[in-house]
Design a protein around this ligand. Structure first.
Ligand SMILES: Cc1cc2nc3c(=O)[nH]c(=O)nc-3n(C[C@H](O)[C@H](O)[C@H](O)COP(=O)(O)OP(=O)(O)OC[C@H]3O[C@@H](n4cnc5c(N)ncnc54)[C@H](O)[C@@H]3O)c2cc1C
Length: 412
């Protein structure tokens, strides 16, 4: 296994890495895409059985490729999106080298050495497209969960059948948490859902998918350098949405109707007892208020475009119902809860990146994907450059910007 040389090494052949590969090919820049498994493998290996995208098919686009099927308003399952990305990789003839795991990236006097289990690549630039969601963000106090309670995270969870019979505590009420709480409750296992700050969203509004309006009003195009607190914006949970044929809304009221019991944010587990915050009412009131503000913005846009008569009338949603005096403690010794699902978010795995590019909290230091090391770029992070950055359709604009920066860097 000798050393190879190229101009740019892209780490990861998910949609982000392939979109960058397309930009580099268009610019005539020599590169390779190193992939530890195969193209789009995260959708096959890190999603649950019933998974569907929460973004409609029409929104599933990549540079030079839009959805051209006959169901633009439906939602792809994991196999379908993996197929879409794989076809894209073939269509753009992306130079992917599969089954090649990057084990280290180090600075050299010429640029970087990218060390893999198949040899080392010397290059001037490195694009980190290895995924922003390939580790589960499980809190340290998970270690205090009694050993007889089964704990799983969404990257390993496949279906309710894998959980023991009995109650399940789902922690986290972003898109993943509400979707898993819903299917686990439907399997006959009673679910408690622990909820912190969350983003409530109806599936449809005024007769159109909510993503249609988010797109139309420009919300998804908001830039990272235009929002007030970007670190806070990057920490905002994904919206409570699910993609189903009947286009149902999956907010907390819908879950309550299905029998899911709500609890406050899980603060800690100590001595076999889970402690929940008493702030659920406030969190729900805040989410209701933010939803109203979003719908106000949509209504204003519709009026501005003189579309009021062409779409369904404006509506407002019932406030989130929270029962008074919800329990603040859960004693696992009572045996009601037999398993726990950590739907507490995701983070990237850069354990192989041997560069001085992390802040004291362990986060990658970057400015809109331009990493704090010359010629290194990052893709796919939440609100990386725009609100849509972590979505598939966000890769087109982000890779255009970052490829332009990269070309300038090489020229200098
Ligand atoms: C649960 C969940 C639901 C989502 N739902 C939606 C949705 O509905 N709509 C939407 O638009 N987006 C959605 N996303 C966001 C986003 O589209 C996905 O996270 C997507 O997989 C990110 O693509 P990526 O190319 O950046 O990373 P990935 O798809 O994770 O690809 C990274 C690739 O890098 C490889 N890799 C990692 N480390 C190494 C290494 N050391 N060496 C070599 N290769 C490596 C991996 O094998 C992988 O193939 C969702 C994300 C999650 C987690």
């Amino acid at each position: 296994m000798g050393a190879n040389a190229t101009t740019v090494v892209v780490v990861g052949a998910g949609h982000s890495g392939l979109a960058m590969s397309k930009r580099l090919s268009d610019g005539g820049i020599d590169h390779v895409v190193l992939e530890r498994q195969e193209v789009a493998s995260s959708w096959r290996t890190q999603r649950w059985d019933s998974f569907t995208l929460l973004t409609p098919n029409w929104q599933t686009t990549l540079p030079g490729r839009s959805y051209d099927g006959d169901a633009p308003d439906d939602f792809m399952n994991a196999d379908e999106i993996a197929g879409f990305i794989r076809d894209y990789g073939s269509a753009i003839s992306a130079p992917v080298q599969p089954n090649t795991t990057v084990t280290a990236v180090r600075t050299t006097d010429r640029g970087y050495d990218v060390v893999t289990d198949q040899g080392t690549w010397m290059c001037r630039c490195v694009v980190l497209a290895s995924g922003a969601c390939n580790r589960s963000n499980v809190p340290p106090f998970a270690a205090a969960l009694p050993a007889d309670v089964v704990q799983v995270n969404p990257l390993e969870y496949r279906s309710p059948a894998e959980l023991p019979d009995g109650g399940v505590l789902v922690v986290g009420a972003a898109a993943t948490g509400v979707q898993l709480a819903d299917e686990i409750q439907a399997s006959g296992r009673p679910v408690l859902l622990s909820i912190g700050e969350h983003v409530r969203m109806p599936r449809t509004y005024r007769g159109r998918d909510i993503q249609h309006w988010m797109d139309a009003i420009g919300r998804l195009d908001e830039r990272y350098d235009e929002v007030e607190e970007i670190l806070k914006a990057r920490g905002v949970a994904s919206p409570q949405l699910v993609g189903t044929p009947e286009r149902r809304t999956l907010d907390l009221n819908a879950l309550t109707e299905r029998g899911v019991q709500l609890r406050g944010r899980l603060g800690v587990i100590r001595d076999g007892v889970a402690m929940f915050s008493g702030g659920l009412r406030n969190h729900c009131a805040l989410a209701d208020q933010k939803l109203d503000r979003l719908l106000d913005d949509i209504d204003a846009w519709i009026t501005d475009q003189a579309l009021d008569r062409e779409v369904a009338p404006a509506e407002r949603h019932e406030r989130t119902r929270v029962a008074p005096d919800l329990p603040l403690m859960l004693d696992f010794a009572r045996g009601e809860i037999r398993s726990l699902v950590w739907a507490t978010g995701f983070k990237p795995d850069f354990s192989w990146l041997e560069l001085d590019v992390f802040d004291t909290a362990g986060r990658l230091r970057h400015d809109g994907g331009v990493v704090d090391a010359p010629g290194v770029y990052f893709l796919g992070g939440t609100f990386l450059r725009r609100r849509k950055s972590s979505f598939i359709h966000g890769a087109a604009d982000d890779t255009a910007d970052l490829a332009e920066h990269l070309v300038g860097y090489l020229a200098a």
